[in-house]
Write a protein that binds this ligand. Sequence first.
Ligand code: S3P
Length: 447
Amino acid sequence: MSGAAGPGSAHEAAERSWIASRGRALSGDLSVPGDKSVSHRAVMFAALADGRSRIDGFLEGEDTRATAAIFSAMGVCIEAPSPSCRIVHGVGIDGLRAPADVLDCGNSGTAMRLLAGLLAGQRFDCVLAGDASLSKRPMLRVMAPLREMGATIDSDDGERPPLRISGGRPLRGIAFDSPVASAQVKSAVLLAGLYAQGETAVREPRPTRDYTERMLAAFGWPVEFAPGEARLSGGHRLQARDIEVPGDFSSAAFFIVAATLVPGSSLRLRSVGVDPRRTGLLEALRMMGADIRETGRRDGVCGPVADIEVRHAPLHGIDLPEALVADMIDEFPVFAVAAACAKGCTRVTGAGELRVKESDRIHAMASGLAALGARVEETADGMLLEGGRLGGGRVDSLGDHRIAMAFAVAAQQAEGEVGIDDVANVATSFPGFEALAQAAGFGLRQA
Ligand code: S3P
């Protein structure tokens, strides 16, 4: 078995670059692709449910396709009758079969960490591997609590992928006080808890997205949860159901910041998930002076869904409240761009988690913005930014999708062309970004 090939390695071979520059004022009525976190979980729970589930709005990204491929490799029949739709024929909570090969999570930390929990409770052995970026990311944060539950889970260097999981180990529920505010860690423990004797409870230092809890409940598993805590017991079953995946707020974020920055812009983003555990960026931008409205609010399977209307507004710098960090954990690259274009100083603290994302996002943004002439100081757990004018230059996304898209946004306000290297990874979360951005008014082309 080898862990190298798969969804993660295709784009590594085919590095691509963009040239981005000022376009026109942004306008239009856009729909961004489906939510990544919800798409991963929809496939996982539909696969383990009794019966047939239909998923609409499924994200056709490399990350979520990797998760679907992993369940296919464990004997789940998943049909794709049309783009963004999956029909999943669930095999039941104990119905997964041993895979013939390494399970390739590509670039996806969510896939690897959630699956580590889920697979710790199976009867068979398996190996979870990933691409070069995922292979550097910390896994001890899930390995430690899973071992406490009785799992056997190893890695060559003790904490990084690939992960080897031995099956047939009886699991017991634990009360876990998570040292990190991480929905992936919480979810890994809860998913192992589906297979454990007794109750599994998780408490978090700050509340994170509760999509695992909400979706388990929607599939009929008894689970109690409140912000920052969740508990469930093993021994139940999941019932198939249809799922409508909302637009991904983290993808919408690039357009929200771009329309805020570019004079004359007025943009509407349709049907975006606006759960408060995801929309810290809206609060931060409003504190800075942004003009953003949510309309047509309705309930979705993982919290409220709304249309988001954004108009250009001048921004001023802020001291970002640490309480917002977990609620905008994926939005820091584009938030840093907003801060770099605002009037005055912005200070970010308490955001050390950014150093262990798809890249070290503090370093990637600080060095990229500095290359465009911004005054920025990197700190251990954040950064200090003095807003001002950005110039042209060349930046490296370090193979991180959100860094690449954040610099495409920065270029819409820069005074020269911005070359952005290593952008193929945008396909992990936002297939079609280039075309949608061009249609909205971005100056953006392949180098
Ligand atoms: C996710 C949780 C967050 C987030 C990631 C998706 C999830 O990661 O950054 O993009 O779907 O649970 P952490 O749990 O590491 O903060």
